[in-house]
Design a protein around this ligand. Sequence first.
Ligand SMILES: [Zn+2]
Length: 174
Amino acid sequence: MAKFTLYIKHKGGSKDSVDKAVVLLKTYISDTIAKGTTFDSSDVSYVDDSTTPALGETDAVVYVVRNISKSVISSKGGSVAIAESNTNILGLTDLNQKICEVYFDRLYEGSPKELAGACYHELAHIKSNMDNSMHTNQDGFLKGSPDYNGSPTDSNKTFLNKHIGRKVKQNAGY
Ligand SMILES: [Zn+2]
């Protein structure tokens, strides 16, 4: 019995929005693992800034920060230049440092739908180990200018499911 858990670590922005995004993500992830047999259960768990969850070898963490000046990627020496130059980018993944983050101030009125979608998008980057090449031939949540209305498309869920069992050693203690 294998379980996948996604941790959403709340470092900035409205807790209410993050809580609502976690609820949405529970459905998105559950529908995603249902596309395959790697996992038979899943969860999405809210984590506050002072807590470091113990990640299982296939688990993942996405950080929610207030704005780009609070970037975890930059604080660890990575580059967020691409997001500094394009404010339509809601989040970034650093594949070398294995950090996923979403910028709360870029969500439309703190939209939980956009937040959940952006977390799903960054999770797909880290699990597929693909940079912007991931966007090619994708639609919905995983294309270059993602549409976070509705839910992940069939193609999105099939893609993430294919990669979701990959073991990525992320650090949940930032
Ligand atoms: Zn992307």
